[in-house]
Design a binder for this molecule. Structure first.
Ligand code: NAP
Length: 246
């Protein structure tokens, strides 16, 4: 129970990687704020997390909208008083080759994947700076480093997260707030489920460990960065990709 008494706010926590992160951090004793677009799914997730013996609050909202983000943080603070851990996990894909990519798909991916990290980090840093303690973990992607045909918007948003992570880490290190990123490779979730089988099989050939990752593999890295013992690590990216990019 290394996180007993702390509160973690996780975006996009109702399913997939976010849900595994929420459960894993809850098992270390932290109360959880489950943030998601869908209130019913967020509520179901929060109810499950409470069976692990911590408190959980479900809040719905679009993390790419500043008014929603302000509202989410206000309600979280009303309930728990503070937030020690922020995991910026919410993300979407709208894949197409560059020449066919619609401007609205560029905008929505950049807004949900990158602007949300800016908005949530701003709110969290205000709280963490007062306490002179905080852990911010941003979910990037292997494609931030490798690129990927069809994902100009997505890979740009994830590369942006890496730059934002490093800058925020430098700006708030003096307040003992650490800011790191986790870059998953190919993880089995609804996001990757929709890819054609032949694309998945080609992808598998590029993974030295010979298997796709699980949400738990990512959650384990996030947990490490959220613990007090990781306090001398900031501005870093942990790659969780089975060796597909080294
Ligand atoms: P997922 O299964 O699609 O889950 C994403 C969650 O984020 C959903 O619960 C979704 O809510 C929520 N969400 C989407 N837009 C939101 C918004 N504007 N505001 C609040 N919540 C929002 O995705 P995943 O595979 O778990 O991915 C989680 C993160 O890991 C993403 O940042 C993704 O880019 C990253 N990642 C994933 C992989 C992979 O292989 N799966 C690899 C690298 C990086 P709804 O259900 O209501 O839409």
């Amino acid at each position: 129970m290394h996180l007993k008494g702390q509160t973690a706010l996780i975006t996009g926590a109702a399913r997939g990687i976010g849900r595994a992160i929420a459960e894993t951090i809850a098992k270390e004793g932290a109360n959880i704020v489950v943030v998601d677009l869908n209130q019913d799914e967020a509520q179901q997730c929060a109810e499950h997390i409470e069976t692990l013996g911590v408190k959980a609050l479900a809040l719905s909202g679009d993390v790419s909208r500043s008014d929603d983000v302000r509202n989410i943080f206000e309600k979280a603070v009303e309930t728990f008083g503070a937030i020690e851990i922020l995991v910026n996990n919410a993300g979407i894909t709208r894949d197409a080759l560059l020449l066919r990519m619609k401007e609205e798909d560029w905008d929505s991916v950049l807004n949900v994947n990158l602007k949300s990290v800016f908005l949530c980090t701003k709110e969290a840093v205000k709280l963490m700076a007062k306490k002179r303690y905080g852990r911010i973990i941003n979910i990037a992607s292997v494609v931030a480093f490798t690129g990927n045909p069809g994902q100009a918007n997505y890979s740009a948003s994830k590369a942006g997260i890496v730059g934002l992570t490093k800058t925020t880490a430098k700006e708030y290190a003096s307040r003992s707030i650490t800011v790191n990123a986790v870059a998953p490779g190919f993880i089995m979730t609804a996001m990757t489920e929709k890819l054609p089988e032949n694309v998945k099989q080609e992808m598998l050939k590029t993974i030295p460990l010979g298997k796709f990752g699980t949400p738990q593999d990512v959650a384990n890295a996030v947990l490490f960065l959220s613990l007090p013992v990781s306090g001398y690590i900031t501005g870093q990216v942990i790659h969780v990709n089975g060796g597909m990019f080294m």
